[in-house]
Design a protein around this ligand. Structure first.
Ligand SMILES: O=C(O)[C@H](O)COP(=O)(O)O
Ligand SMILES: [Mn+2]
Ligand SMILES: [Mn+2]
Length: 550
Protein backbone atom coordinates (compact mmCIF):
# COMPACT_ATOMS: atom_id res chain seq x y z
CA UNK A 1 0.00 0.00 0.00
CA UNK A 2 1.30 3.45 -0.88
CA UNK A 3 1.48 6.27 1.62
CA UNK A 4 -1.31 8.85 1.53
CA UNK A 5 -0.61 12.04 -0.44
CA UNK A 6 0.47 15.08 1.54
CA UNK A 7 -1.71 18.18 1.63
CA UNK A 8 -0.51 21.04 -0.58
CA UNK A 9 -0.14 24.09 1.69
CA UNK A 10 -0.41 26.43 -1.31
CA UNK A 11 -3.83 25.32 -2.42
CA UNK A 12 -7.15 24.65 -0.74
CA UNK A 13 -9.22 22.42 -2.97
CA UNK A 14 -12.41 23.67 -4.53
CA UNK A 15 -15.84 22.69 -3.27
CA UNK A 16 -16.58 20.48 -6.30
CA UNK A 17 -14.69 17.66 -8.01
CA UNK A 18 -11.72 17.72 -10.35
CA UNK A 19 -12.91 16.42 -13.72
CA UNK A 20 -10.29 15.23 -16.21
CA UNK A 21 -11.81 15.07 -19.68
CA UNK A 22 -9.68 13.25 -22.24
CA UNK A 23 -10.67 14.04 -25.81
CA UNK A 24 -9.11 10.98 -27.44
CA UNK A 25 -7.26 11.91 -30.63
CA UNK A 26 -7.81 15.69 -30.47
CA UNK A 27 -4.64 17.71 -31.01
CA UNK A 28 -3.42 20.97 -32.52
CA UNK A 29 -2.90 20.44 -36.23
CA UNK A 30 0.26 21.36 -38.08
CA UNK A 31 -1.52 21.92 -41.38
CA UNK A 32 -4.80 23.79 -41.85
CA UNK A 33 -5.68 21.35 -44.67
CA UNK A 34 -7.28 18.35 -43.02
CA UNK A 35 -7.34 19.79 -39.49
CA UNK A 36 -10.87 18.82 -38.49
CA UNK A 37 -10.37 20.17 -34.97
CA UNK A 38 -9.72 23.62 -36.43
CA UNK A 39 -12.43 23.37 -39.08
CA UNK A 40 -15.25 22.00 -36.92
CA UNK A 41 -17.92 24.18 -35.32
CA UNK A 42 -16.79 24.11 -31.68
CA UNK A 43 -17.88 27.35 -29.98
CA UNK A 44 -17.47 25.98 -26.44
CA UNK A 45 -13.92 24.69 -26.94
CA UNK A 46 -13.00 27.91 -28.75
CA UNK A 47 -14.31 29.96 -25.84
CA UNK A 48 -12.58 27.85 -23.19
CA UNK A 49 -9.29 28.02 -25.08
CA UNK A 50 -9.57 31.79 -25.34
CA UNK A 51 -10.63 32.50 -21.78
CA UNK A 52 -8.98 29.83 -19.61
CA UNK A 53 -5.36 29.14 -18.73
CA UNK A 54 -4.14 26.84 -21.48
CA UNK A 55 -0.94 25.18 -22.62
CA UNK A 56 0.13 22.61 -25.21
CA UNK A 57 1.42 19.22 -24.09
CA UNK A 58 3.64 16.82 -26.03
CA UNK A 59 1.90 13.53 -26.73
CA UNK A 60 4.24 11.64 -29.05
CA UNK A 61 7.71 10.15 -29.28
CA UNK A 62 10.05 10.17 -26.31
CA UNK A 63 7.58 12.31 -24.31
CA UNK A 64 5.44 9.16 -23.98
CA UNK A 65 8.20 6.52 -23.93
CA UNK A 66 8.35 5.66 -27.63
CA UNK A 67 11.72 4.86 -29.25
CA UNK A 68 12.01 8.14 -31.17
CA UNK A 69 10.29 11.43 -31.87
CA UNK A 70 9.27 10.08 -35.27
CA UNK A 71 6.84 7.76 -33.46
CA UNK A 72 3.32 9.03 -33.04
CA UNK A 73 1.58 8.69 -29.71
CA UNK A 74 -1.21 6.24 -29.06
CA UNK A 75 -3.83 5.46 -26.47
CA UNK A 76 -1.79 2.95 -24.52
CA UNK A 77 1.33 5.03 -24.03
CA UNK A 78 -0.79 8.18 -23.66
CA UNK A 79 -3.07 6.86 -20.94
CA UNK A 80 -0.17 5.12 -19.20
CA UNK A 81 1.65 8.46 -19.00
CA UNK A 82 -1.43 10.44 -17.95
CA UNK A 83 -2.32 7.87 -15.30
CA UNK A 84 1.09 7.39 -13.72
CA UNK A 85 2.46 10.90 -14.07
CA UNK A 86 5.80 9.73 -15.44
CA UNK A 87 7.28 8.38 -18.66
CA UNK A 88 8.32 4.73 -18.90
CA UNK A 89 10.05 3.08 -21.84
CA UNK A 90 7.14 1.46 -23.60
CA UNK A 91 6.57 -1.86 -25.39
CA UNK A 92 7.78 -0.57 -28.76
CA UNK A 93 11.09 0.45 -27.20
CA UNK A 94 11.51 -2.52 -24.87
CA UNK A 95 10.93 -5.05 -27.65
CA UNK A 96 13.22 -3.15 -30.01
CA UNK A 97 15.98 -3.32 -27.37
CA UNK A 98 15.32 -7.00 -26.64
CA UNK A 99 15.60 -7.79 -30.35
CA UNK A 100 18.68 -5.63 -30.94
CA UNK A 101 20.62 -6.95 -27.96
CA UNK A 102 19.49 -10.51 -28.68
CA UNK A 103 18.02 -10.82 -25.15
CA UNK A 104 14.70 -11.94 -26.58
CA UNK A 105 16.36 -15.01 -28.08
CA UNK A 106 18.30 -15.84 -24.94
CA UNK A 107 15.11 -15.99 -22.87
CA UNK A 108 13.52 -19.25 -21.67
CA UNK A 109 10.29 -18.68 -23.58
CA UNK A 110 11.87 -18.31 -27.02
CA UNK A 111 13.99 -21.38 -26.36
CA UNK A 112 10.96 -23.41 -25.29
CA UNK A 113 8.93 -22.40 -28.36
CA UNK A 114 11.74 -23.35 -30.72
CA UNK A 115 12.60 -26.58 -28.88
CA UNK A 116 8.92 -27.56 -29.06
CA UNK A 117 8.74 -27.38 -32.85
CA UNK A 118 12.12 -29.06 -33.27
CA UNK A 119 11.18 -31.91 -30.97
CA UNK A 120 7.88 -32.59 -32.75
CA UNK A 121 8.93 -31.56 -36.24
CA UNK A 122 6.00 -29.15 -36.09
CA UNK A 123 5.33 -25.57 -37.20
CA UNK A 124 6.21 -22.21 -35.69
CA UNK A 125 3.37 -19.72 -36.28
CA UNK A 126 3.56 -15.95 -36.02
CA UNK A 127 0.31 -14.01 -35.73
CA UNK A 128 0.05 -10.24 -35.48
CA UNK A 129 -0.31 -6.81 -36.99
CA UNK A 130 1.66 -6.73 -40.22
CA UNK A 131 3.05 -3.17 -40.37
CA UNK A 132 5.62 -0.84 -38.88
CA UNK A 133 3.04 1.36 -37.14
CA UNK A 134 4.81 0.70 -33.81
CA UNK A 135 1.50 1.08 -31.97
CA UNK A 136 0.65 -2.61 -31.53
CA UNK A 137 3.57 -4.23 -33.31
CA UNK A 138 6.50 -3.70 -35.61
CA UNK A 139 7.16 -5.93 -38.60
CA UNK A 140 10.90 -5.48 -37.96
CA UNK A 141 10.49 -7.57 -34.78
CA UNK A 142 8.76 -10.27 -36.81
CA UNK A 143 11.56 -10.24 -39.37
CA UNK A 144 14.21 -10.61 -36.69
CA UNK A 145 12.36 -13.57 -35.16
CA UNK A 146 11.93 -15.25 -38.53
CA UNK A 147 15.65 -14.90 -39.23
CA UNK A 148 16.53 -16.29 -35.82
CA UNK A 149 14.15 -19.23 -36.34
CA UNK A 150 15.96 -19.97 -39.58
CA UNK A 151 19.32 -19.67 -37.88
CA UNK A 152 18.19 -22.13 -35.22
CA UNK A 153 17.06 -24.59 -37.88
CA UNK A 154 13.27 -24.30 -37.63
CA UNK A 155 12.07 -25.94 -40.84
CA UNK A 156 8.50 -24.68 -41.12
CA UNK A 157 7.15 -21.20 -40.29
CA UNK A 158 3.67 -19.84 -40.97
CA UNK A 159 2.71 -16.19 -40.74
CA UNK A 160 -0.82 -14.98 -40.11
CA UNK A 161 -0.89 -11.37 -41.21
CA UNK A 162 -3.35 -8.85 -39.82
CA UNK A 163 -3.53 -6.01 -42.33
CA UNK A 164 -3.20 -2.55 -40.82
CA UNK A 165 -4.14 0.64 -42.71
CA UNK A 166 -5.00 2.30 -39.37
CA UNK A 167 -1.60 3.07 -37.85
CA UNK A 168 -0.09 3.35 -41.36
CA UNK A 169 -1.51 4.64 -44.69
CA UNK A 170 -4.95 3.22 -45.40
CA UNK A 171 -4.04 1.10 -48.44
CA UNK A 172 -0.42 0.20 -47.74
CA UNK A 173 -0.78 -3.58 -47.14
CA UNK A 174 1.13 -4.55 -50.27
CA UNK A 175 4.03 -2.31 -49.27
CA UNK A 176 4.55 -4.76 -46.41
CA UNK A 177 3.40 -8.00 -48.01
CA UNK A 178 5.41 -7.85 -51.26
CA UNK A 179 8.86 -7.27 -49.73
CA UNK A 180 8.08 -9.84 -47.05
CA UNK A 181 7.20 -12.46 -49.64
CA UNK A 182 10.55 -11.75 -51.33
CA UNK A 183 12.30 -12.06 -47.94
CA UNK A 184 10.61 -15.43 -47.33
CA UNK A 185 11.40 -16.61 -50.88
CA UNK A 186 15.11 -16.01 -50.19
CA UNK A 187 14.91 -18.07 -47.01
CA UNK A 188 13.06 -20.86 -48.83
CA UNK A 189 15.86 -21.05 -51.46
CA UNK A 190 17.96 -22.54 -48.67
CA UNK A 191 15.52 -25.41 -48.18
CA UNK A 192 13.16 -23.92 -45.62
CA UNK A 193 9.38 -23.78 -45.80
CA UNK A 194 8.31 -20.34 -44.61
CA UNK A 195 4.95 -18.95 -45.81
CA UNK A 196 2.22 -16.41 -45.19
CA UNK A 197 -0.78 -18.61 -44.34
CA UNK A 198 -3.77 -16.42 -43.55
CA UNK A 199 -4.82 -12.87 -42.88
CA UNK A 200 -7.47 -10.21 -42.95
CA UNK A 201 -8.16 -6.60 -41.97
CA UNK A 202 -7.42 -5.84 -38.33
CA UNK A 203 -10.88 -4.35 -37.76
CA UNK A 204 -12.53 -7.49 -39.13
CA UNK A 205 -10.50 -10.31 -37.60
CA UNK A 206 -8.73 -11.09 -34.34
CA UNK A 207 -7.89 -7.63 -32.93
CA UNK A 208 -11.09 -6.77 -31.06
CA UNK A 209 -10.67 -5.05 -27.70
CA UNK A 210 -12.57 -4.71 -24.42
CA UNK A 211 -15.10 -7.39 -25.44
CA UNK A 212 -16.67 -5.01 -27.96
CA UNK A 213 -17.19 -7.63 -30.68
CA UNK A 214 -16.00 -11.20 -30.06
CA UNK A 215 -17.19 -12.23 -33.48
CA UNK A 216 -14.00 -10.66 -34.83
CA UNK A 217 -11.98 -13.11 -32.77
CA UNK A 218 -14.10 -16.03 -33.96
CA UNK A 219 -13.51 -15.01 -37.57
CA UNK A 220 -9.78 -14.80 -36.94
CA UNK A 221 -9.69 -18.18 -35.19
CA UNK A 222 -11.41 -19.75 -38.21
CA UNK A 223 -8.78 -18.60 -40.69
CA UNK A 224 -5.60 -18.70 -38.58
CA UNK A 225 -6.25 -21.88 -36.63
CA UNK A 226 -8.54 -23.96 -38.87
CA UNK A 227 -7.65 -22.52 -42.26
CA UNK A 228 -11.36 -22.11 -43.00
CA UNK A 229 -12.07 -19.23 -45.34
CA UNK A 230 -11.81 -17.89 -48.86
CA UNK A 231 -8.79 -19.53 -50.46
CA UNK A 232 -6.11 -17.73 -52.44
CA UNK A 233 -2.70 -18.73 -53.81
CA UNK A 234 -0.91 -15.75 -52.26
CA UNK A 235 -1.61 -12.89 -49.86
CA UNK A 236 -0.92 -10.45 -52.70
CA UNK A 237 -3.66 -12.03 -54.82
CA UNK A 238 -6.05 -12.07 -51.85
CA UNK A 239 -5.52 -8.38 -51.09
CA UNK A 240 -5.98 -7.31 -54.71
CA UNK A 241 -9.07 -9.43 -55.19
CA UNK A 242 -10.70 -8.47 -51.89
CA UNK A 243 -10.04 -4.80 -52.56
CA UNK A 244 -11.71 -5.13 -55.94
CA UNK A 245 -14.69 -7.00 -54.51
CA UNK A 246 -15.31 -4.85 -51.44
CA UNK A 247 -13.69 -1.46 -52.08
CA UNK A 248 -12.56 -1.66 -48.45
CA UNK A 249 -9.43 -0.06 -47.05
CA UNK A 250 -6.90 -2.41 -45.46
CA UNK A 251 -8.22 -2.38 -41.89
CA UNK A 252 -11.63 -3.54 -43.17
CA UNK A 253 -10.58 -6.23 -45.70
CA UNK A 254 -12.27 -9.63 -45.21
CA UNK A 255 -10.30 -12.66 -43.99
CA UNK A 256 -8.43 -14.99 -46.35
CA UNK A 257 -6.57 -18.29 -46.28
CA UNK A 258 -3.63 -19.38 -48.44
CA UNK A 259 -3.80 -22.73 -50.22
CA UNK A 260 -1.68 -24.22 -53.01
CA UNK A 261 -4.21 -26.70 -54.29
CA UNK A 262 -7.43 -24.75 -53.73
CA UNK A 263 -8.44 -27.21 -51.01
CA UNK A 264 -5.89 -27.56 -48.25
CA UNK A 265 -4.83 -24.53 -46.22
CA UNK A 266 -1.04 -24.19 -45.98
CA UNK A 267 -1.09 -23.10 -42.34
CA UNK A 268 -3.85 -24.71 -40.28
CA UNK A 269 -2.58 -25.21 -36.72
CA UNK A 270 -1.93 -28.67 -35.31
CA UNK A 271 -1.09 -30.24 -31.97
CA UNK A 272 2.48 -29.45 -30.86
CA UNK A 273 2.80 -26.31 -32.99
CA UNK A 274 4.21 -23.17 -31.37
CA UNK A 275 2.33 -19.87 -31.78
CA UNK A 276 3.75 -16.39 -31.16
CA UNK A 277 1.34 -13.48 -31.07
CA UNK A 278 3.83 -10.78 -31.93
CA UNK A 279 1.86 -7.66 -30.95
CA UNK A 280 3.30 -6.00 -27.87
CA UNK A 281 0.26 -3.90 -26.96
CA UNK A 282 -2.33 -5.54 -24.76
CA UNK A 283 -5.82 -4.15 -25.43
CA UNK A 284 -6.24 -5.90 -28.77
CA UNK A 285 -4.28 -8.97 -27.67
CA UNK A 286 -6.22 -10.14 -24.65
CA UNK A 287 -9.18 -11.73 -26.43
CA UNK A 288 -7.21 -13.80 -28.94
CA UNK A 289 -4.91 -14.79 -26.07
CA UNK A 290 -7.92 -16.00 -24.10
CA UNK A 291 -9.14 -17.94 -27.15
CA UNK A 292 -5.81 -19.79 -27.24
CA UNK A 293 -5.38 -20.23 -23.49
CA UNK A 294 -8.78 -20.67 -21.83
CA UNK A 295 -9.83 -24.25 -21.15
CA UNK A 296 -13.44 -23.21 -21.35
CA UNK A 297 -14.48 -20.36 -23.62
CA UNK A 298 -18.04 -19.00 -23.57
CA UNK A 299 -17.59 -16.30 -26.20
CA UNK A 300 -17.59 -18.64 -29.22
CA UNK A 301 -17.26 -22.28 -30.17
CA UNK A 302 -13.64 -22.95 -31.09
CA UNK A 303 -14.34 -26.38 -32.60
CA UNK A 304 -11.11 -28.39 -32.71
CA UNK A 305 -8.64 -26.68 -30.37
CA UNK A 306 -5.10 -27.74 -31.23
CA UNK A 307 -2.76 -28.28 -28.31
CA UNK A 308 -0.26 -25.55 -29.15
CA UNK A 309 2.41 -23.77 -27.14
CA UNK A 310 1.21 -20.15 -27.17
CA UNK A 311 3.21 -17.07 -26.23
CA UNK A 312 2.65 -13.33 -26.52
CA UNK A 313 5.28 -10.72 -27.24
CA UNK A 314 4.64 -9.21 -23.79
CA UNK A 315 2.60 -9.74 -20.69
CA UNK A 316 -0.61 -7.96 -21.66
CA UNK A 317 -2.28 -7.75 -18.26
CA UNK A 318 -0.38 -7.65 -14.97
CA UNK A 319 -3.44 -8.69 -12.94
CA UNK A 320 -4.74 -11.47 -15.17
CA UNK A 321 -1.18 -12.65 -15.91
CA UNK A 322 -2.08 -13.10 -19.53
CA UNK A 323 -0.58 -14.65 -21.52
CA UNK A 324 1.06 -17.40 -19.50
CA UNK A 325 4.19 -17.27 -21.65
CA UNK A 326 5.64 -14.08 -23.05
CA UNK A 327 8.88 -12.99 -24.67
CA UNK A 328 9.60 -9.52 -23.27
CA UNK A 329 8.85 -8.07 -19.84
CA UNK A 330 6.41 -5.15 -19.93
CA UNK A 331 7.23 -1.73 -18.47
CA UNK A 332 6.90 -1.82 -14.69
CA UNK A 333 4.43 0.99 -14.29
CA UNK A 334 3.82 1.53 -10.60
CA UNK A 335 2.55 4.24 -8.22
CA UNK A 336 -0.25 5.38 -10.52
CA UNK A 337 -2.40 8.36 -9.64
CA UNK A 338 -5.43 6.12 -9.06
CA UNK A 339 -3.48 4.04 -6.56
CA UNK A 340 -2.26 7.15 -4.70
CA UNK A 341 -5.77 8.58 -4.56
CA UNK A 342 -7.07 5.30 -3.15
CA UNK A 343 -4.32 5.37 -0.51
CA UNK A 344 -5.50 8.89 0.36
CA UNK A 345 -9.16 7.88 0.59
CA UNK A 346 -10.29 9.86 -2.48
CA UNK A 347 -13.48 8.62 -4.14
CA UNK A 348 -13.01 8.32 -7.90
CA UNK A 349 -15.25 7.80 -10.92
CA UNK A 350 -13.99 6.72 -14.36
CA UNK A 351 -16.22 6.39 -17.40
CA UNK A 352 -16.09 5.85 -21.15
CA UNK A 353 -17.82 3.74 -23.75
CA UNK A 354 -16.57 0.23 -24.54
CA UNK A 355 -14.06 1.28 -27.21
CA UNK A 356 -12.12 3.36 -24.69
CA UNK A 357 -13.32 1.94 -21.39
CA UNK A 358 -10.06 0.11 -20.79
CA UNK A 359 -8.16 3.28 -21.64
CA UNK A 360 -9.45 5.12 -18.53
CA UNK A 361 -9.18 2.01 -16.35
CA UNK A 362 -6.69 -0.63 -17.54
CA UNK A 363 -4.24 1.65 -19.43
CA UNK A 364 -4.71 4.48 -16.90
CA UNK A 365 -3.71 2.07 -14.13
CA UNK A 366 -0.52 0.84 -15.80
CA UNK A 367 -2.09 -2.08 -17.72
CA UNK A 368 -3.89 -3.62 -14.76
CA UNK A 369 -7.48 -4.74 -15.02
CA UNK A 370 -8.23 -4.87 -11.27
CA UNK A 371 -9.30 -1.93 -9.14
CA UNK A 372 -6.99 -0.70 -6.38
CA UNK A 373 -9.90 -0.30 -3.99
CA UNK A 374 -13.37 -1.71 -4.55
CA UNK A 375 -15.09 1.10 -2.69
CA UNK A 376 -13.09 4.10 -3.85
CA UNK A 377 -12.69 3.09 -7.50
CA UNK A 378 -16.00 3.39 -9.34
CA UNK A 379 -15.86 2.51 -13.02
CA UNK A 380 -18.65 2.69 -15.59
CA UNK A 381 -18.69 1.28 -19.11
CA UNK A 382 -21.30 2.43 -21.62
CA UNK A 383 -21.63 -0.19 -24.35
CA UNK A 384 -20.38 1.04 -27.74
CA UNK A 385 -22.40 0.31 -30.85
CA UNK A 386 -20.88 -2.23 -33.23
CA UNK A 387 -21.11 -0.07 -36.36
CA UNK A 388 -18.73 1.77 -38.66
CA UNK A 389 -18.22 4.91 -36.61
CA UNK A 390 -18.37 7.25 -39.62
CA UNK A 391 -22.08 6.32 -39.61
CA UNK A 392 -22.52 7.33 -35.93
CA UNK A 393 -19.81 9.97 -35.32
CA UNK A 394 -21.46 11.17 -32.10
CA UNK A 395 -20.96 7.66 -30.73
CA UNK A 396 -22.01 7.52 -27.03
CA UNK A 397 -20.80 11.03 -26.19
CA UNK A 398 -24.20 12.13 -24.89
CA UNK A 399 -24.54 9.05 -22.66
CA UNK A 400 -21.01 9.52 -21.28
CA UNK A 401 -21.89 13.16 -20.58
CA UNK A 402 -25.10 12.16 -18.78
CA UNK A 403 -23.10 9.80 -16.57
CA UNK A 404 -20.45 12.44 -15.82
CA UNK A 405 -23.04 15.06 -14.92
CA UNK A 406 -24.82 12.60 -12.66
CA UNK A 407 -21.50 11.79 -10.98
CA UNK A 408 -20.73 15.50 -10.52
CA UNK A 409 -24.17 16.27 -9.13
CA UNK A 410 -24.14 13.28 -6.80
CA UNK A 411 -21.37 14.95 -4.81
CA UNK A 412 -19.89 11.51 -4.16
CA UNK A 413 -16.67 11.83 -6.11
CA UNK A 414 -13.67 14.12 -5.66
CA UNK A 415 -11.96 12.94 -8.87
CA UNK A 416 -13.77 12.12 -12.12
CA UNK A 417 -12.06 11.04 -15.32
CA UNK A 418 -13.61 10.32 -18.69
CA UNK A 419 -12.62 9.59 -22.25
CA UNK A 420 -14.56 10.74 -25.30
CA UNK A 421 -13.45 8.41 -28.15
CA UNK A 422 -14.89 10.42 -31.04
CA UNK A 423 -11.87 12.38 -32.30
CA UNK A 424 -9.90 9.17 -32.46
CA UNK A 425 -12.36 6.44 -33.45
CA UNK A 426 -13.96 8.57 -36.13
CA UNK A 427 -10.55 9.96 -37.09
CA UNK A 428 -9.39 6.41 -37.88
CA UNK A 429 -12.14 6.03 -40.50
CA UNK A 430 -10.49 8.73 -42.63
CA UNK A 431 -13.82 10.51 -43.16
CA UNK A 432 -13.35 14.28 -42.77
CA UNK A 433 -17.10 14.94 -42.88
CA UNK A 434 -17.77 12.46 -40.10
CA UNK A 435 -15.00 13.94 -37.93
CA UNK A 436 -16.49 17.41 -38.30
CA UNK A 437 -19.75 16.03 -36.91
CA UNK A 438 -17.85 14.15 -34.18
CA UNK A 439 -16.12 17.35 -33.04
CA UNK A 440 -19.42 19.24 -33.06
CA UNK A 441 -21.00 16.56 -30.87
CA UNK A 442 -18.03 16.68 -28.49
CA UNK A 443 -18.34 20.43 -28.18
CA UNK A 444 -21.97 20.17 -27.04
CA UNK A 445 -20.91 17.59 -24.45
CA UNK A 446 -17.99 19.66 -23.17
CA UNK A 447 -20.34 22.64 -22.76
CA UNK A 448 -22.73 20.54 -20.64
CA UNK A 449 -19.91 19.20 -18.48
CA UNK A 450 -18.37 22.66 -18.03
CA UNK A 451 -21.71 24.01 -16.82
CA UNK A 452 -22.15 21.15 -14.34
CA UNK A 453 -18.59 21.71 -13.06
CA UNK A 454 -19.28 25.43 -12.62
CA UNK A 455 -22.47 24.77 -10.67
CA UNK A 456 -20.74 22.24 -8.43
CA UNK A 457 -17.79 24.56 -7.82
CA UNK A 458 -15.30 22.12 -9.36
CA UNK A 459 -12.42 22.28 -11.85
CA UNK A 460 -12.40 20.88 -15.37
CA UNK A 461 -9.13 19.88 -17.06
CA UNK A 462 -9.53 19.19 -20.77
CA UNK A 463 -6.75 17.38 -22.60
CA UNK A 464 -6.04 14.46 -24.91
CA UNK A 465 -3.82 11.38 -25.25
CA UNK A 466 -2.52 12.13 -28.79
CA UNK A 467 -3.65 13.72 -32.02
CA UNK A 468 -5.68 12.23 -34.86
CA UNK A 469 -8.69 14.39 -35.87
CA UNK A 470 -6.27 17.30 -36.27
CA UNK A 471 -4.54 15.57 -39.20
CA UNK A 472 -7.04 13.97 -41.58
CA UNK A 473 -5.09 14.39 -44.84
CA UNK A 474 -1.72 12.99 -45.89
CA UNK A 475 1.12 15.47 -46.45
CA UNK A 476 4.51 14.81 -48.01
CA UNK A 477 7.79 15.43 -46.19
CA UNK A 478 7.83 19.04 -47.42
CA UNK A 479 4.35 19.59 -46.03
CA UNK A 480 2.54 19.56 -49.38
CA UNK A 481 -0.94 18.06 -49.42
CA UNK A 482 -1.00 14.64 -51.09
CA UNK A 483 -3.77 13.88 -53.56
CA UNK A 484 -5.42 10.54 -54.30
CA UNK A 485 -5.98 9.14 -57.80
CA UNK A 486 -9.16 11.20 -58.18
CA UNK A 487 -7.38 14.43 -57.31
CA UNK A 488 -9.05 14.66 -53.86
CA UNK A 489 -6.97 15.06 -50.66
CA UNK A 490 -5.47 11.67 -49.69
CA UNK A 491 -7.20 10.54 -46.49
CA UNK A 492 -5.17 9.85 -43.38
CA UNK A 493 -6.43 7.28 -40.89
CA UNK A 494 -3.58 7.19 -38.38
CA UNK A 495 -2.66 9.31 -35.35
CA UNK A 496 -0.65 12.50 -35.65
CA UNK A 497 2.59 13.72 -34.10
CA UNK A 498 0.90 16.87 -32.87
CA UNK A 499 0.69 18.35 -29.37
CA UNK A 500 -2.58 18.35 -27.46
CA UNK A 501 -4.37 21.01 -25.43
CA UNK A 502 -4.42 21.29 -21.67
CA UNK A 503 -7.19 23.69 -20.65
CA UNK A 504 -7.83 24.43 -16.99
CA UNK A 505 -11.39 25.69 -16.47
CA UNK A 506 -11.53 26.74 -12.81
CA UNK A 507 -14.48 29.11 -12.44
CA UNK A 508 -14.10 29.26 -8.62
CA UNK A 509 -10.41 30.18 -8.88
CA UNK A 510 -9.06 32.49 -6.21
CA UNK A 511 -6.00 33.22 -8.30
CA UNK A 512 -3.64 30.88 -6.41
CA UNK A 513 -1.80 30.04 -9.61
CA UNK A 514 -0.82 32.14 -12.58
CA UNK A 515 -2.90 32.26 -15.77
CA UNK A 516 0.31 31.40 -17.57
CA UNK A 517 0.64 27.63 -17.44
CA UNK A 518 4.02 25.95 -17.79
CA UNK A 519 5.20 25.18 -21.29
CA UNK A 520 7.34 22.44 -22.83
CA UNK A 521 5.73 19.62 -20.80
CA UNK A 522 4.15 16.35 -21.90
CA UNK A 523 0.85 14.67 -21.05
CA UNK A 524 2.53 12.89 -18.12
CA UNK A 525 2.12 16.27 -16.37
CA UNK A 526 -1.64 15.81 -16.17
CA UNK A 527 -1.45 13.50 -13.13
CA UNK A 528 0.43 16.04 -10.99
CA UNK A 529 -1.90 18.76 -12.25
CA UNK A 530 -5.01 16.87 -11.09
CA UNK A 531 -3.40 15.88 -7.79
CA UNK A 532 -2.49 19.51 -7.08
CA UNK A 533 -5.98 20.69 -7.96
CA UNK A 534 -7.29 18.13 -5.47
CA UNK A 535 -5.24 19.89 -2.82
CA UNK A 536 -2.28 17.50 -2.53
CA UNK A 537 1.37 17.59 -3.39
CA UNK A 538 2.41 15.49 -6.36
CA UNK A 539 4.32 12.34 -5.35
CA UNK A 540 8.08 12.22 -5.67
CA UNK A 541 9.32 11.57 -9.16
CA UNK A 542 6.12 12.67 -10.86
CA UNK A 543 6.57 15.02 -13.81
CA UNK A 544 5.69 18.61 -12.87
CA UNK A 545 2.15 19.91 -13.06
CA UNK A 546 1.28 22.68 -15.49
CA UNK A 547 0.32 25.01 -12.64
CA UNK A 548 2.57 27.88 -11.53
CA UNK A 549 1.58 28.58 -7.94
CA UNK A 550 2.10 32.19 -6.86
O1 LIG B 1 -5.96 0.23 -31.84
C1 LIG B 1 -6.28 1.19 -32.54
O2 LIG B 1 -7.46 1.48 -32.77
C2 LIG B 1 -5.19 2.01 -33.18
O3 LIG B 1 -4.13 1.19 -33.56
C3 LIG B 1 -4.63 3.01 -32.23
O4 LIG B 1 -5.61 3.77 -31.63
P1 LIG B 1 -5.58 4.08 -30.08
O5 LIG B 1 -4.15 4.06 -29.66
O6 LIG B 1 -6.16 5.47 -29.98
O7 LIG B 1 -6.42 3.08 -29.41
MN1 LIG C 1 -6.22 7.37 -28.14
MN1 LIG D 1 -6.49 5.70 -32.14
Amino acid sequence: MLEALKKNPKFTPRRGPVVLCILDGVGFGKYADGDAVLAAHTPELDKLMKECPMTRLKAHGTAVGMPSDDDMGNSEVGHNAIGCGRVFSQGAKLVEEAVETGKLFEGEVWKKLVANVKEHNSTLHFLGLFSDGNVHSNISHLKAMVLEAKKEGVKRVRIHALLDGRDVPETSALDYVDPFEAFLADINKEGFDYRIASGGGRMVVTMDRYNANWDMVRKGWEVHVHGNGDLYKTAHEAIEDLRKKTGAIDQDLPPFVISDDGKTPVGAMKDHDSVIYFNFRGDRSLEITKAFEADKLDEFDRGFRPDVMYAGMMEYDGDLHAPKLYLVNPPEIDRTMDEYLCATGVNQFAVSETQKYGHVTYFFNGNRSDKFDDKLDNYMEIRSDVVPFEQRPWMKSAEITDAVIEAIESGKFRMIRLNFPNGDMVGHTGSMDAVLVAMGALDLCVARIAEAVRKAGGVLVISADHGNADDMYEHDKKGNLKLDKNGAPARKTSHSLNPVPCIVYDPASKGEYSDELKTGLGISSLAATCIELLGYEAPEGYDPSVLNFK
